[in-house]
Design a protein around this ligand. Sequence first.
Ligand SMILES: [Mg+2]
Ligand SMILES: [Zn+2]
Length: 186
Amino acid sequence: MSSIQAVFLDRDGVLNTHLPGRYVENTQQLVVLPGVAQAIRRLNNSGILTIVISNQQGIARGIMTRAALDIVTKELERRLYDEAGAHLDEINYCVHSRHDGCACRKPRPGMILDSLARHGMDAALTVFVGDSGTDIEAAAAAGVGSKALVLTGANRYYDASRFAVLPDFVFRDMNDLVDWVLEEHP
Ligand SMILES: [Mg+2]
Ligand SMILES: [Zn+2]
């Protein structure tokens, strides 16, 4: 059993392809990234919680409905399961707009803090993996022990000058992240 209690995951650009400037509005637009299902399954097998923390302000902006988001979520879960028997333990969305001033929209840490409290976890024993600067900022604000960037979404290479808060680790993809988690925290 790993000493890591949970891996928090951004969704777009980490689990499925990031659509620049757009939202995943339907299942046709949902493309699970290669190897992600297997990576999640490896975390499942190690007893590490997999918890999605995702901004989806397309809802507040009226670009997509909550029902459409729920259909995409169900399809994501189905594909992860079908491909590798993988599951997500919790999925948290902020559906507010950047103008709403909510506590949950990343870079604010609200969703992470709520999840930590819900599961009685120590933030220091968790990992956050994201593809953008706001992910790393939210993780830092929540006190997450390891802040990791994957280069499968908004950032295809690492340029530190683009980050207000630097990631602790940069990985090519989710499987490299999981290799590290399981090697460093067996
Ligand atoms: Mg993202
Ligand atoms: Zn929110």
